[in-house]
Design a protein around this ligand. Structure first.
Ligand code: ADP
Ligand code: ZN
Ligand code: ZN
Length: 743
């Protein structure tokens, strides 16, 4: 007798364990680890879906009580054993039910109908066909359609169905008729949906610089020795990291293995994949959530059967089912987008390293501004550090200048554009060069506040500032609540109420007014909503259809604009004052990446950073484009304050529609932490940064420990304690390790 341990397809803390079922003899050959099955469950023996996670020869309980697997769903997809192990690792390290973890590692849930290609083929010999044609023509009311198709088949022998019904305009009944009378046959073959068909291939091959070559050599040497290290490729902006990845990938492909390339945003997929496609051709494909289920399913199949060997995509592409994965590349590894915001809140970097370990793959992390975590690991030898210190083609790094906005105010300039920035923009317009103006974030800026009392207008449901839109209305970005802007302050009645910081729309207006002759483009979440909206704006700017591009952090990434010689950073302070331990790091990264956009062509670039804190080390270091200068200060601060990577942090998030339920649960969990023998540093419980979203109250406890395992142990204890208590069924607990964003 064979038994299977099964995880049922219901995400609930109480059902988060395996259940044993007997495998009926007729299914034994088909049921393996990873198979989806139908099982009877509960009192009514309702049939539900489950995943086999382990097989054994022995019953764990009285064999007579064990139920039998009822069958296999027709639409199921087997998940590899390895991905199941990875799901278990994620559950343990990030906190989730096994079912949630399995759902995360299975990019698609069910089998999609295969797409078929139909081809018509002539079944007659030439001789027979000619006779048939003569007979056809001799008939009184002969069919012109039949004649046309027969002539076409005599000439071409085989024609795609779509062409026959389309271009030749022949109905399917005529085709069936001819099939019946044995004139033609219809051949079926599987056609895989290919989301990136028809790109131009032209082998992109660059002669590497010495630095690039040294990085590639170090990788290949290690790889050939079978070491399977994690590498950190730290290369200044424009140093040609992608060319380095490509050589590394080539090396791994030559060993017959496959590669996953992760990029931080779906919006960047197209331009990245173009570059890889030019080099590797049809072996490359993409996987992301914007693709249709059919497209995704087919990429999944193509990856399994060896049709494609490189997958490019965002975070979730990490779970591509390659049978012999040899390398995972993570570009812009510092990006917050690599951290999942839904449970399990995994980090793609750590998860990639865990997957790589399971299949003896190497990992390459690349960035111009590595995360403090990765850099400290590279310094201590956990990762293998590779550096690129120079730009390709020896373009100099741009000149950076810090503009003190306090000075501007003293001089009576209240505009968002400092005197220096105005001069430099005017100069660019004169010379016919391009300017990028970069603003941290939209929502943060266009709020309404009172100059008399400081009151800020907030959403009554979500406790966040409402954003001012062009039509004069205020809107909540979380729940969509809208209201008219008040004319007087609702708190003190003063008339000094207004929006003093502008969003990208406002900047666009100011710039247009100041330089009426300039052509201005804006790129933010509003203007990039449509399909390819992002791509269109960048293409227009690259085509020189505008002189000035105003935008949020989106403009910081991708694309080389050789004519951009000025980058203006309008308010560096906004990210600096975001109020979490990563603020300085994020500011340094944003400023460095933004500055890296300037002077990518022949002409030298200039960067102006406007700020109220001109002495802050993240701003000064960014102005020097000097990562080490930033890192030394930052790691010191992290060590002093025991923030990651010096320690690890676990955020326990409690949510409930009833504030007192959330309060009680958070308080009780904090007591559980206090009772542990292990000493943990605990902050809270407190209201979350955003106290309420869509009428759900949110509390948080922040816990620090030097070792990660201490926190995963603690999490388990908190999970147990939570599931024992009878808090309102609508109260939930979530866990977030080493958070990348606020809660
Ligand atoms: P990074 O990602 O490090 O900012 P990219 O990989 O985008 O840099 O490279 C910057 C530019 O330099 C690209 O246009 C790329 O084609 C070009 N490039 C990279 N390596 C070389 C090389 N060895 N020779 C010539 N051009 C190169
Ligand atoms: Zn007021
Ligand atoms: Zn709201």
């Amino acid at each position: 007798m064979k038994y299977a341990d099964i995880i049922i397809d219901i995400s609930h803390e109480k059902l988060d364990k395996t259940f044993q079922y007997r495998i009926p003899p007729e299914l034994e050959a088909q049921v393996t680890v990873g198979t989806q099955v139908w099982i009877p469950f509960g009192n009514g023996n309702r049939k539900i879906r489950g995943y086999v996670v382990e097989l054994s020869d022995h019953p764990k309980v009285d064999a007579a009580k064990i139920k039998e697997i009822a069958g296999l769903p027709k639409d199921s997809v087997t998940i590899e054993t390895q991905l199941i192990a990875l799901a278990a690792w994620m559950k343990r390290n990030y906190g989730s039910t096994m079912n949630q973890a399995l759902k995360t590692v299975i990019p698609i849930k069910r089998r999609e109908a295969a797409k078929e290609k139909k081809t018509l083929r002539l079944r007659l010999s030439e001789e027979e066909a000619r006779r048939e044609l003569t007979e056809l023509l001799a008939r009184k009311r002969h069919s012109a359609a039949k004649e046309r198709l027969l002539r076409e088949l005599m000439e071409k022998k085989a024609i795609p169905w779509d062409m026959v019904t389309g271009k030749l305009g022949i109905s399917s009944s005529v085709i069936r008729d001819m099939e019946k009378s044995g004139i033609l046959a219809i051949d079926f073959s599987r056609e895989y949906r290919n989301p990136i068909r028809g790109l131009s291939v032209g082998r992109e091959h660059l002669t590497l610089t010495d630095e690039q070559q040294a990085a590639v050599d170090a990788f290949c040497e290690s790889y050939d020795q079978g070491k399977r290290e994690t590498f950190l490729l730290a290369g200044v902006t424009g140093s040609g990291k992608t060319a380095v990845y490509m050589e590394m990938i080539d090396h791994v492909l030559a060993a017959g293995r496959q590669v996953i390339v992760l990029i931080p945003e779906i919006a960047l997929t197209y331009q990245t994949v173009m570059r890889f496609y030019r080099r590797f051709g049809e072996q490359v494909s993409i996987l992301n959530s914007r693709m249709s289920p059919g497209e995704r399913f087919d990429q999944y199949e193509r990856a399994k059967n060896g049709d494609i060997r490189i997958i490019v995509g965002p975070r979730s592409a990490l779970f591509s089912p390659f049978p012999d994965l040899g390398l995972i590349v993570i570009d812009e590894e510092h990006e917050a987008a690599y951290k999942s915001e839904t449970v399990p809140k995994y980090h793609a970097r750590e998860t990639a390293i865990a997957r790589a370990k399971m299949c003896q793959a190497a990992v390459v992390l690349g960035s111009a501004t590595p995360s403090v975590e990765s850099y400290s690991r590279a310094r201590s030898g956990v990762y293998h550090l590779l550096t690129l210190t120079r730009r390709v083609a020896s373009q100099p790094l741009p000149e950076c200048e810090i503009v003190d906005l306090r000075e501007e105010l003293r001089r009576g300039n209240r505009s968002m554009l400092s005197g220096r920035l105005q001069e430099e923009i005017a100069l660019r317009l004169e010379r016919g060069e391009q300017t990028m103006l970069f603003l941290n974030r939209r929502g943060m800026m266009g709020f309404l506040s009172c100059r008399a009392c400081g009151h800020v207008i907030k959403c009554p449901h979500c406790d966040v500032s409402l954003s001012l839109h062009r039509n004069g209305r205020l809107r909540c970005h979380y729940c969509g609540y809208e209201t008219q802007s008040p004319k007087v302050c609702p708190s003190c009645g003063s008339g000094y109420i207004g929006s003093f910081r502008a969003g990208t729309q406002k900047i666009e207006e100011i710039v247009k007014k100041r330089y009426p002759e300039a052509r201005v483009l804006r790129m933010d979440t509003d203007t990039t909503k449509g399909k390819d909206g992002h791509q269109k704006i960048l293409a227009a700017f690259a085509n020189r259809e505008a002189d000035i591009l105003v935008g949020t952090q989106m403009i910081v990434k991708g694309h080389d604009f050789p004519d951009v010689t000025l980058v203006g950073i309008l308010a560096a302070d906004l990210s600096l004052n975001a109020g979490d331990y990563r603020s300085a790091e994020r500011t340094f990264q944003l400023l460095t990446q933004a500055a890296g956009r300037a002077g990518r062509g022949e002409k030298p670039g200039r960067v102006l950073i406007q700020t109220y804190q001109p002495d802050h080390y993240s701003i000064v270091a960014a102005s020097h484009q000097n990562y080490m200068e930033f890192y030394r200060r930052e790691i010191w601060y992290r060590q002093m304050m025991a923030y990651p990577p010096a320690a690890h942090m676990l955020v326990v998030q409690v949510t409930s529609p009833k504030e007192e339920d959330a309060d009680q649960t958070a308080t009780r969990l904090a007591q559980v932490v206090a009772r542990q023998e292990e000493e943990y540093a605990v902050m809270g419980p407190t209201d979350a940064a955003i106290k309420k979203i869509s009428d759900i109250y949110r509390k948080a406890i922040y816990i620090k420990a030097r070792e990660y395992e201490k926190l995963t142990d603690l999490m388990q204890r908190l999970e147990e304690s939570f599931s024992e208590t009878v808090a309102g069924s609508q109260t939930h607990v979530w866990f977030d390790f080493d958070p990348m964003s606020g809660f």
